[in-house]
Design a protein. Structure first.
Length: 109
């Protein structure tokens, strides 16, 4: 499955351990929390303007996918975390959005 072209499914089930490992291997820089319920990645920028441009681009993805991250925003960085709260852990929706966020031109700043 091409995560960059995929659409989130509100009924997506939790990922089993094998699938979770494969998905995370396809998402460089994204790390799970200790309980494997959340994945997150820190993106660094040169200034606040670049950071906010990235935040706006992430918001567009979240809105289009109807799957919204937690974001910690600072002057020159933004940490993005995904989890499917309705399922209590990671689903393919989290991987889809993580891949799409990683593909943003702003993410390469």
């Amino acid at each position: 499955m091409n995560l960059l072209l995929a659409q989130c499914d509100p009924k997506a089930p939790l990922l089993d351990a094998d699938t979770r490992a494969r998905v995370l291997a396809a998402l460089p820089g994204w790390l799970p929390d200790a309980g494997n319920r959340v994945i997150g990645r820190r993106f660094g920028f040169q200034n606040f303007y670049q950071t906010m441009a990235f935040v706006d681009a992430v918001a567009e993805i979240a809105h289009a996918q109807d799957h919204h991250p937690e974001m910690l925003v600072g002057y020159d960085a933004c940490t993005v975390s995904f989890s499917t709260h309705a399922r209590g852990g990671l689903t393919l929706n989290d991987a889809i959005c993580a891949a799409q966020v990683s593909a943003l031109p702003e993410a390469a700043a």
